[in-house]
Design a protein around this ligand. Sequence first.
Ligand SMILES: [Zn+2]
Length: 183
Amino acid sequence: MGYTNEQIKLIASIVYKLANPHSENQKKVKSMVELLQGLGINVTKSGMINDEISGYVTKSEIDDKPEIVVNSSHGNFRRRFTMAHELGHLILHFKWKPFGLLDDNHGINIAYRKDIESYSFLQRTEEAEANKFAAELLMPEDKFLELMDLKDDQELSEYFGVSELAIRIRKKSIKKTRGTNLQ
Ligand SMILES: [Zn+2]
């Protein structure tokens, strides 16, 4: 149980490569919907009973593919992060393989993204891993390092299509893993 940050970074880069076979290296994700569909995942938008729920993964009733459902009342940047987060759960925790179907053992668990305080230890670990995966996918490290001293948080947010909060968290974790030379 549990993944290291390096493993999650590697898995995110492999997933990007599978979805973009002609791309030389990992770039920013232009469309999360297209990336997911390219991997064989159905994507739908829906209202949620509780607005704290950003999205969830389920098994499509039509074709047994995984289906990621995102909260239709949330903005574009938030929906992108939710989709990347749920993709992280699919691969890291449901053991789903790109282009594959979702088997019954793993398809019925619904992974919500909501207030983390109510989670158990295992759930918190999995939530943190899914967030890490989303950050590695949406803000690839090489590109982020290249731009982070040239642009401010708002420009980085626009460039990568994520919230400024996600940018600040990414900066912090990159500085931590890169040691003191960047601080
Ligand atoms: Zn989650």
